[in-house]
Design a protein around this ligand. Structure first.
Ligand SMILES: CCCCCCCCC/C=C/C(=O)SCCNC(=O)CCNC(=O)[C@H](O)C(C)(C)COP(=O)(O)OP(=O)(O)OC[C@H]1O[C@@H](n2cnc3c(N)ncnc32)[C@H](O)[C@@H]1OP(=O)(O)O
Length: 300
């Protein structure tokens, strides 16, 4: 696997870019990087690695809402794996190239009116993306420049540090119960590791989507900054994290996260079985169908 990934890593160099922030935080995100390797040629995720700083920017660019489809998750896991294997990479900033949304979470259509075989494949991809990101030895920072419900919140919570746009209309949280579904134990564990037991208990049961200020208050995000500064602030935070020797930081990270990772490793197959039987239930399919309808109506 790793040799295939190394072989398919495509390197291009894109010249000298300015260190100064531009007026538009999204479009100028890559300007922080003086010399880049372009990793991803795919359409859903763009990855650029600055070989001078060792920092990669991963931009989600899957319209309309960066939902985590099977293809997206597969591509995501491959990209994280490639960066993990690249010794010149020390940190990864994850952000969105789309306006107003970081990620809408798992693609509901992947869980709706599909075969059990499809559910198995999809859930494996969800697990794999989590293993790769939560277990990454790199410094990972989420630059949350839009709404980030459910699986979007999970991705952000897997990072070492979270910076969110201070726009009070943006929200983040594990809202699964609002869809009539239940976040699995490792989503819960990930949240609990970030905000603690009591807040997770409330947040999960209520399916709470925290506004950006609320998320800051409970520690679900670490900083709020003006929207156009989300990526530049992530780059600044990254330099602080990278000032620590890698080996000491990595061992500390692994010490904190290993028990949580081991819990899913031990229950991986059972978790898939649970997901398939849960998702296949008529009542769950009905809830998902109603939720999709509600999203459509809200739009019209
Ligand atoms: C083991 C134990 C058992 C395990 C049990 C199972 C556990 C599963 C855990 C689940 C985890 C999840 O992530 S479940 C996913 C939860 N996600 C959500 O609730 C987010 C829902 N979406 C939104 O709130 C909004 O779309 C939001 C992200 C804020 C963006 O708002 P906007 O106004 O910009 O955009 P919208 O007009 O709403 O959406 C644009 C289009 O995208 C679609 N869309 C939006 N979100 C989508 C999504 N997640 N999946 C698919 N499609 C989505 C809409 O239907 C629209 O489609 P058209 O009208 O056709 O254009």
């Amino acid at each position: 696997m790793s040799s295939i990934l190394r072989r398919c890593t495509k390197l291009t160099h894109s010249g000298i870019l300015s260190m100064l922030p531009g007026s538009n935080g999204r479009s100028c995100a890559l300007q922080y990087f003086a010399s880049e390797k372009r990793y991803s040629t795919s359409s859903k995720i763009k990855v650029d690695l600055d070989s001078n700083t060792g920092v990669a920017i991963m931009q989600f660019q899957s319209p309309p809402v960066n939902s985590l489809s099977l293809d997206f998750l597969t591509e995501f896991a491959i990209n994280i794996e490639k960066l993990e294997l690249d010794r010149s990479c020390r940190g990864v900033i994850i952000t969105s190239a789309l306006p107003k949304v970081f990620s809408a979470g798992l693609d509901i259509l992947e869980m709706y009116q599909k075969s059990p075989e499809h559910y198995v494949e999809f859930w494996k991809a969800v697990q794999e993306a989590w293993f790769k990101l939560y277990g990454s030895s790199k410094v990972t920072i989420a630059a949350i420049n839009g709404n980030s419900p459910a699986g979007g919140c999970l991705l952000a919570m897997c990072c070492d540090y979270r910076i969110m746009a201070e726009n009070p209309r943006y929200s983040i949280g594990l809202n699964e119960t609002q869809l009539g579904i239940v976040a699995p134990f490792w989503f819960k564990d990930t949240m609990q590791n970030v905000v603690g037991h009591r807040e997770t208990e409330k947040g999960l049961q209520l399916g709470k989507l925290y506004t950006a200020p609320e998320a800051l208050k409970v520690g679900l995000v670490d900083e709020l900054v003006p929207e156009e500064k989300v990526v530049s602030s992530a780059a600044e935070a990254m330099s602080k994290w990278l000032a620590i020797p890698d080996h000491a930081r990595q061992l500390s990270k692994s010490m904190m996260r290993k028990p949580t990772i081991d819990r899913l490793l031990a229950a991986r197959e059972a978790d898939i079985t649970n997901f398939v039987s849960f998702t296949s239930k008529d009542s769950i399919q009905k809830s998902l169908g109603m939720y999709m309808e509600m999203l459509k109506k809200r739009r019209s």
